[in-house]
Design a protein around this ligand. Structure first.
Ligand SMILES: [Mn+2]
Length: 469
């Protein structure tokens, strides 16, 4: 991956601009179909602000990637232009069959792998078609931004949304950003729309009093601090900090002292690279009045994620397009989602001794103590917080109705490099017991019949050990 691929991506973006521009006037009726997550919300908002500027009437639908029969239904709606964001590459066959065949225009702006067949009514932008890696180098919102900044320079203040989408899709690594993301961040800083600093990466650093910020932290979850208001209060008092100030108000010297005090408390965890980088590192703050919502980009993403988790992506979208009244409600959602996650991790921490070890995995049964939709994120946070050893994949099992179990699995890039792929393993083991599963090499999920749990776990262990590849 290098300069040439990024240039190819920019050229591909300009081709989409040439396709879109003639459709930005007159009476085009557009439909945006985007993903429910932070990246999908941010991408839809960037495009919506562009369409709004050109008086193009549009409506937006947030959904998981559509199934073929849903694309068929969509094709019956009376729009002239369909824009798929953060999806579409995997549905291109259905899009051809049910939308392009009716001579409607389609734009696909996606970063998932797929097929890219040509059609005169189709334009697309996808990093995979340009030699880039869509899992790392750019997210869907970065791709949408790359298009609208070529339509008009006045959209440049929206670059913060592109970076937010990348952070939401976990495309920020300990070493920073790569590919198009890296270019976007540098440009955003040069143009003065984004400021970078160094500090505690805690959600709440600009929003909540420091005591509350510490109490609510789940990324990382800090044993003895998270969920323990009196311990947070006494730590802050010991350091002589004002408990009602936010971290940013306290300033970087105080943040450093707090960091060192937290490291001193967590013992050997302080030597864990994962934990250290989760707690401390680069901070990104928005420096433009064109966007409302939290100034800290991780908090901004946390707001959008909370909206997604509570099935209110439209509310996150309202914030991202600049609706100040939506902000208050969205911040309340963030708060309740943080409380839920804190409770879920608290449960996990008090049940760490119930993890079972097999030759190729670690697993834990949550029952109905944790909402099955949250289990994957709980496992990710447990790994980032150094709560579980990551020498093998971890698996969480939760009740999902009377008949079914939801399985979530998480692994590490290091294990993926050794050829361990939990997405493939879950798909295979679930298939054998009459369930269904899949995902990426480091994150995956499945649903299986409840009575076949033991059989599934044995199969999964066997597949992961390479005994059944
Ligand atoms: Mn995405």
């Amino acid at each position: 991956m290098g300069r040439a691929e990024i240039r190819r991506f920019q050229q591909a973006a300009e081709e989409v601009v040439s396709f879109l521009k003639p459709r930005l006037g007159g009476d085009t009726r557009a439909k945006i179909i985007s993903h429910t997550d932070a990246d999908g919300i941010a991408g839809a908002a960037i495009l919506a602000r562009c369409l709004y500027t050109y008086n193009v009437s549009f409506n937006v639908k947030f959904t998981r990637p559509l199934k073929p029969d849903e694309v068929a239904e969509l094709g019956k709606e009376g729009h002239d232009l369909f824009v798929f964001i953060d999806q579409g590459s995997g549905q291109i066959e259905a899009i051809h069959k049910f939308i392009l065949s009716q001579k409607r225009d389609v734009v696909v702006i996606d970063h998932h792998p797929g097929e890219f067949p040509e059609h005169p009514n189709l334009a697309y932008l996808n990093p995979h078609a340009c030699g880039l890696n869509g899992a790392k180098d750019v997210s869907a919102s970065g791709a949408v931004y790359s298009i609208v900044e070529h339509i008009d320079r006045s959209f440049r203040p929206l670059v913060g949304l592109a970076v937010a989408g990348a952070i939401g899709d976990r495309q920020e690594f300990f070493s920073g950003f790569t590919g198009v993301n890296d270019t976007l961040v540098k440009r955003a800083i040069d143009l003065g729309f984004l400021r970078v600093g160094e500090g505690l990466k805690l959600i709440g650093r600009t929003l909540s009093p420091v005591v509350e910020c510490l109490r609510l932290t789940t990324r990382p979850y800090i044993s003895g601090i998270s969920g323990n208001p009196s311990a947070c209060r006494s730590l802050v008092d010991t350091l002589g900090l004002s408990p009602s100030s936010t971290l940013v108000e306290l300033g970087s010297e105080a943040e450093r002292r707090l960091r060192d005090a937290l490291f001193a408390r967590v013992g050997s965890l302080a030597t864990s690279e994962e934990f250290c980088h989760t707690l401390w590192g680069t901070t990104y703050s928005l420096a433009t009045e064109d966007l409302v919502g939290p100034r800290d980009l991780r908090e901004y993403v946390a707001v959008l994620d909370a909206c997604r988790d509570l099935q209110k992506s439209e509310l996150g979208f309202a914030v991202a397009v600049g609706d100040r009244t939506a902000q208050t409600e969205a911040l309340a959602l963030l708060n309740s989602s943080q409380e839920q996650m804190l409770e879920a991790l608290g449960w996990l921490v008090s049940h760490l001794d119930t993890f079972k070890l097999t030759p190729s995995l670690r697993y834990i049964y949550f029952g109905s103590a944790v909402n099955s939709a949250m289990v994957g994120e709980v496992l990710s946070l447990a790994m980032e917080s150094g709560l579980v050893t990551t020498d093998r994949p971890i698996v969480g099992i939760a009740d999902a109705g009377a008949e079914e179990l939801k399985i979530s699995a998480r692994s590490t890039p290091g294990l993926a490099m050794l050829g361990i792929n939990v997405g493939r393993a879950l798909a295979r083991a679930a298939g054998i017991v009459g369930g269904k599963g899949g995902g990426h090499d480091v994150a995956a999920a499945a649903r299986i019949p409840r009575e076949r749990m033991n059989e599934f776990l044995a199969k999964l262990d066997q597949v992961l050990s390479g005994g059944d590849r």
